[in-house]
Design a protein around this ligand. Structure first.
Ligand code: HEM
Length: 453
């Protein structure tokens, strides 16, 4: 617990007390040069097996799915066995019931979690993570043409690891591994592919990617930071600003889920062993790891252009994105990021969204059966919309590397095809909630005034 003697820290609009659990830049910096070595070795082995099979087995070509390849060959290779055993080993601190409760957290506050992830997690945390964005702009996935697809793929992973408890469990003699577990292993190997490719290019042309400045691509530091962004930012930087204060048990449960996912994805887990530690890591990263660069501005610019160009009914105006980003991240950060200043109506619309998520949160807390209904309804609808539907990923992805880094190729600012002006259906719905809240305040105020006078 912070005490009154501890120094206060402030960055942009976030302030906190610096405790002895926080990490200094001297502790964090060396982690930029560490990475998931076992995952990298396993990928090398899998690629060698794939090349060998493709050359020698015309009738039965190797699977294009890296997880299937791993499943087929892990008993025949020492490194692959080691990798297989590591991901399948369930650490003694894992409590499956707690993880199951953590999965429900995402759906209980789904709307707030999604808006928070997009407007705080992506616009601020992602754009300003110097090492991460330098890798991301080299994979091309930040071009406005493909960004929406990449966001959906990240959501696919999130929905798969929260679909059910069996979905995140590793398999055993009686059962296959869950889809979320498999996807996490695929993403771990995808990260190794990205690192391998960027490092190959950097060795050929050192000016392509500066390892001494940004660290090894997808390094331990950035991975720890990414886990805190998923697990802690909703609790301390996003939901409270929308009117929802997650309960202590909810924070512990959600963190437990991501501590386990960190284990599977090859990120050290000791940083997430308690809420206090994880929060201190999140705050340390916020202070030491976030800096605005030209690349940050490019990523944020493309994000806004991509989201404002979505087709109806998903269409969201630039004003809403800017007002929401400013509401969650503060003006200073958004000015540095080059976001515009929208009119007051956009803030009213965003306030309406906050009213809606707060009313829902209270109703779900007061009526557990309503909470169950909402969690299961949102879980199945989101899974269908993002992974199964034709407007979504049409069955989902296997997380192969789609946007291969190439020398001389870096995503720059791009424009989308924004639907001209006005508010979409979603924003009109939020506006109704804002008007409802204003009317309720006026009615209560009037009744109170009548009673007093
Ligand atoms: C450890 C926590 C992390 C998690 C849970 C995570 C999650 C994911 C997921 C779900 C995907 C697939 C969907 C997509 O393409 O967006 C992905 C891809 C990717 N991640 Fe991560 N990530 C983490 C850390 C990082 C870090 C630290 C970097 C550093 C730059 C990074 C870079 C990438 C890149 C470049 C891709 C896309 C590869 C492509 O173009 O297909 N990730 N990540």
């Amino acid at each position: 617990m912070p005490t009154s003697n501890e120094p206060k820290m402030q960055k942009w609009s976030y302030s906190f007390s610096w405790t002895n659990q926080h990490l200094t830049p001297e502790t964090l910096r060396p982690l930029r040069y560490e990475y998931d070595e076992l995952g990298a070795q396993a990928l090398d082995r899998l690629l060698a097996i794939k090349t060998h099979e493709a050359a020698h087995n015309d009738k039965n070509p190797p699977s294009s799915d890296i997880y299937t390849l791993l499943e087929q060959h892990h008993t025949k290779d020492k490194i692959l066995s080691e990798f297989w055993d590591q991901v399948h080993r369930v650490p003694e601190w894992v409590d499956w019931q707690q993880i199951e409760r953590g999965q429900r957290f995402f759906y209980r506050y789904a709307l707030a979690n999604i808006i928070g992830f997009a407007l705080q997690g992506f616009v601020c945390e992602n754009s300003a993570s110097t090492g991460v964005v330098e890798v991301l702009v080299r994979t091309g996935g930040f071009s406005t043409r493909v960004l929406w697809g990449r966001l959906l793929e990240t959501f696919q992973w999130l929905l798969q690891v929260t679909r059910s408890i069996d979905a995140v469990k590793p398999g055993d003699a009686t059962r296959k591994s869950g889809e979320g577990f498999q996807s996490t292993v695929r993403v771990r190997l995808l990260h190794s592919s990205v690192r391998r490719r960027v490092m190959q290019l950097a060795r050929r042309r050192p000016e392509y990617y500066d390892v001494s400045q940004f660290g090894i691509p997808v390094n331990t530091m950035d991975s720890i930071h990414s886990i805190t962004t998923f697990a802690c930012n909703p609790m301390f930087l996003q939901l409270p600003k929308m009117g929802i204060q997650p309960r202590r048990d909810e924070i512990e449960d959600y963190l437990a889920l991501f501590r386990y996912l960190a284990h599977v994805i090859g990120t050290p887990t000791e940083y997430f062993s308690t809420v206090e530690k994880a929060r201190a890591v999140m705050e340390s990263c916020y202070v030491h790891e976030l800096n605005m660069t030209e690349t940050s501005k490019t990523v944020a610019y493309n994000f806004v252009r991509c989201v404002e160009s979505l087709p109806p009914p998903l269409a969201i105006s630039r004003g809403f994105i800017e007002a929401g980003s400013r509401w969650l991240n503060g003006h200073q950060l958004c000015d540095e990021l080059g976001l515009g200043r929208p009119g007051w109506v956009s803030y009213v619309v965003f306030a309406g969204q906050c009213v809606l998520v707060t009313v829902l949160a209270w109703a779900q807390r007061l009526v557990p059966s309503f909470d169950n209904l909402m969690v299961e309804f949102v879980r199945s609808r989101l899974y269908w919309a993002v992974i199964e539907s034709n407007g979504g990923l049409k069955g989902g992805t296997n997380f192969e590397m789609k946007y291969k880094p190439r020398l001389g190729s870096k995503t720059g600012r791009e424009d989308g095809n924004a639907i001209a002006g006005g508010f979409g259906f979603i924003e009109i719905f939020f506006m109704c909630w804002a008007l409802l809240a204003i009317s309720a305040v006026l009615v209560v105020g009037y009744i109170f005034w009548r009673i007093v006078t």
